[in-house]
Write a protein that binds this ligand. Sequence first.
Ligand code: MGD
Ligand code: MGD
Ligand code: SF4
Ligand code: MO
Length: 764
Amino acid sequence: MAVTDSPSSTEPIDPKMEWHKTVCVLCSNNCGVEVRLDDREITRIRGNKAHVASKGYTCEKALRLNHYQNNTSRLTSPMRREADGTYTEVDWDTAISEVVAGLSGVTEKHGKRSLMYYGGGGQGNHLVGAYGSATRRALGITVRSNALAQEKTGEAWVDGRLFAAHTHGDFHHAEVSIFVGKNPWHSHGFDEARRVLKNIAADDARSMIVIDPRRSETADLADFHLQVKPGTDAFCVAALGGILVQEGLINQTFLDENTVGSEPVVAELGKVDVADYSARCGVEEDLLRAAARRIGSADSVAVLEDLGIEMAPNSTLVSYLQKLLWILVGSFAKPGGMTTHSSMAPIFNYSMARREPLTPVTGSQIISDLVPCNEIPEMISSDHPERIRAMLIESSNPVHSLAGGPDWRQAMKDLDFSVVIDVVMTETAREASYILPASSQYEKVEATFFSLAFPDNTFTVRAPILEPLEGTLPEAEIHARIVREVGLYNDETIAPLRAAAEEGIEAFGVAMMTATAEHPELAGVAPVILYETLGQTLPEGMAGAAIVWFSAQQAARKYPMAVRAAGIEGDDASLGNNLFQKLVESRDGVVFTRHTYDEAWDLLKTDDKKIQVDIPELVADLAALSGLPTDHRTEEFPFILAAGERRSFTANAIMRDPSWRKRDAEGALRLSPADAETVGVESGGRIRVTTPGGTAVAVVEVNETMQDGFISLPNGMGLDYSPAGGNPEATGISPNELTTADWRDEYAGTPWHKHVPAKLEAVG
Ligand SMILES: Nc1nc2c(c(=O)[nH]1)N[C@H]1C(S)=C(S)[C@@H](COP(=O)(O)OP(=O)(O)OC[C@H]3O[C@@H](n4cnc5c(=O)[nH]c(N)nc54)[C@H](O)[C@@H]3O)O[C@H]1N2
Ligand SMILES: Nc1nc2c(c(=O)[nH]1)N[C@H]1C(S)=C(S)[C@@H](COP(=O)(O)OP(=O)(O)OC[C@H]3O[C@@H](n4cnc5c(=O)[nH]c(N)nc54)[C@H](O)[C@@H]3O)O[C@H]1N2
Ligand code: SF4
Ligand SMILES: [Mo]
């Protein structure tokens, strides 16, 4: 059944030798790959040279994907938790009816706000969340969150105020690339990252600036490594902005023509005491000035921030300051610079509101409809009348991935009812009332909405390469069954739509419009209706792609010229239909929009299509910066721990089988040679690390890239697993057994995981 590109020859080919096109799901890049299969085993993997975005590129991690597809943690039956804590296998019909009864029971008693949805997709799977939105609407769920609300919501708040849109850089062409708390060598974040970094390093006309306390693999290739003291980025980036203003390196024409509100910002940066801030962040003033002058002299500048600042002190302020760097020099809407971009479905809902709506119980800002997820345990384990009492968790493992593991386990126990939809038994599933087993990302249609490229933007629909594992269902089917059980539609309701779909896609589009206008309750659950109607007419195995029809129609409506410029023909609905058909047919990804640089301005969502430079709250923070501490260490905790570093063999919590790692099996604690000597440890030895949140013993790696006083542990470790399928055991340290939720950003509630005070003791 697998929909793959079949060879043109009529010779029967050995199925084991056939290449099947899909993507790697281990990071947001989703590089196109080709795989060979032996029955259900993925035996060979190579980059797909024909893929429109990755062009054959992969990193070492893709080659180990079989560990995701085939492992002993896979779930194969719905399960119900009994009073004694054990699980009983139940059939799908029973599971769906009991899950719906359980979730609606809670909302009937305590109101809709007592039920929360968490997750909806990871690095490789966003259609999950799209189908999950039907269940959310069917059950009236309004409180929701996902992992973005512990990393990117601070940046999203800033983007909302500046652009009401997302911006991304063109690192393939930028004259100056700046990475702030970001190590693309390992974490990627743009296509062909290692090739691009090496090209920049080899080109005398281009420069790279890396701001990182560690001499990361990326910093090693940089022209300017601004090796800040951990958590002092606000001082470093403010100093860079201060130098641009004070040395007259800003592009006043750009500011006058394309922005409003730059005056108070420029005035405040004019006051920055560069020498003082250089001392506070630990970077030589001469180096800061040289880097700022390089930015000021460049034709194009692109900046990328990530967790090194998003999970550290002053994170929202640093997001703002780094964006000011490229705004001040006018590096927008040109090759090598920053741009807005099209999207098949936006990842954030940007708001220009000064104050966002507030969460139940904790009263914090809800940015982009996502409650700050590190507050969820507080919202559950509370006696507040509006507390969260039930959760539906899908494609996420918050007990492992969010701050304060012990608080999360308690919170799961404090819920009246909980459901987890996952492909494997996880730390979160183990605490749930019901577990629903999903088919893996290689057993169903999937796609992500991570594509951020400009002027050409791409989208990849993946076909299944394997049949669903017995006992599992794709999420599209799970959500369709839930919505049917809620009673929002039945075969009779959707019969006319099915008939129209049989007639053809044009007829279907018209019928869908009429149906949702006549039955508004169907509009909310449109994803599963599409799956059940249009989906059933798609090639075998592709029903789950039906929801992409909606995105294709939206894209055609929002960017008709750019979609046509990308080679798709048609007008209005037919343009969307043709785009959809191309997406469903192509296994190499599709360029769905081709913009001109001028059009980047049209993609800004501000009313006047200008950048709104002044964010008064953050300008006030900048003004008050000199009063803030630069060092959060104490006598008791003399180290700063980065809890969750990306390394060669880390992939969030996607890979449970520890044997997928070729090196660093346990995930070593890295520390500098000087610190190793002080503590009295050597590589391969054991060390106890203690933080305000917990304590654990790690294997040691003395590492000369570490700054003294700064230590790190990898992310994604500490997942329990049993190679034989018996009692599982954890390998390495689960970083969130050492973190707490109260150490967080004041705007977005994002946790300071890269800045955890810690102490170290050698273990005998
Ligand atoms: N291999 C691999 N790749 C991944 C992932 C994975 O698990 N493994 N996960 C994906 C996901 S979900 C994400 S969000 C991204 C994250 O990608 P990154 O943010 O790039 O990854 P990290 O290693 O967490 O942090 C980046 C850098 O921040 C530095 N840092 C620590 N403290 C500070 C500080 O105070 N200031 C500054 N300036 N830097 C600091 C660290 O030394 C590190 O080099 O990676 C994605 N890609
Ligand atoms: N201390 C610390 N904690 C961190 C970080 C850190 O740096 N330090 N990084 C944070 C970041 S940036 C992120 S993004 C989060 C990520 O953490 P999570 O949001 O928990 O996401 P993942 O680890 O990607 O795991 C997602 C789950 O999806 C499941 N899954 C895989 N495929 C499918 C599928 O097809 N269907 C379904 N239903 N499930 C599937 C996997 O089995 C896994 O359990 O972790 C965060 N946690
Ligand atoms: S982990 Fe490597 S191969 Fe996989 S998507 Fe990311 S960059 Fe590509
Ligand atoms: Mo992330």
